[in-house]
Design a protein around this ligand. Structure first.
Ligand code: DQA
Length: 145
């Protein structure tokens, strides 16, 4: 069975308590359950992880080439700052999608630039937790086409 990795960056462990007006009431474990359910329906294996450390996120990205068929990543605030995560993403040849809960283009100026999206196949943002579900559908399509 094909296998994907979903990486969640810093502070996303606080979802459900953090800026509910922006990110919604669902916790990260609610979103994880929805993702696992969706992957089950689509018959793909899914590993769902969260990490607050840039270096650890880079290690996870580097594991994709060998161990996974695709990557979905919400780099959170590192989206706007991390050339190191951009470089790690560039080294991945498997399908890769960046996602955000919020529409980063309607928010503060410093969120309107995504450095990391320069290295992914596509970007989905602004649909809340449903951004994850849309990305799972899109990555399945990319893996099989
Ligand atoms: C986010 C958007 C980022 O700008 C922010 O730093 C986050 C969450 C989102 O999913 O909307 O932590 O990636």
């Amino acid at each position: 069975m094909k296998k994907i990795l979903i990486i969640n960056g810093p502070n996303l462990n606080l979802l459900g308590n953090r800026e509910i007006g922006v990110y919604g009431k669902e916790s990260l474990s609610d979103i994880e359950n929805e993702c696992l359910e969706k992957c089950k329906l689509l018959e793909i294996n899914c590993e769902f992880v969260q990490n607050n450390n840039e270096g650890e996120i880079i290690n996870l990205i580097q594991s994709v080439e060998k161990n996974f068929d695709g990557l979905i990543i919400n780099p959170a605030a590192y989206t706007h700052t991390s050339v190191a995560i951009l470089d790690a993403l560039r080294s991945v040849t498997k399908p890769k999608i960046e996602i955000h809960l919020s529409n980063i283009y309607t928010r503060e100026e410093y969120r309107k630039k995504s450095i990391t999206s320069e290295a992914v196949n596509g970007l989905i943002c602004g649909f809340g937790a449903y951004s994850y579900i849309l990305a799972i559908e899109a990555i399945k399509n990319m893996i099989y086409n």
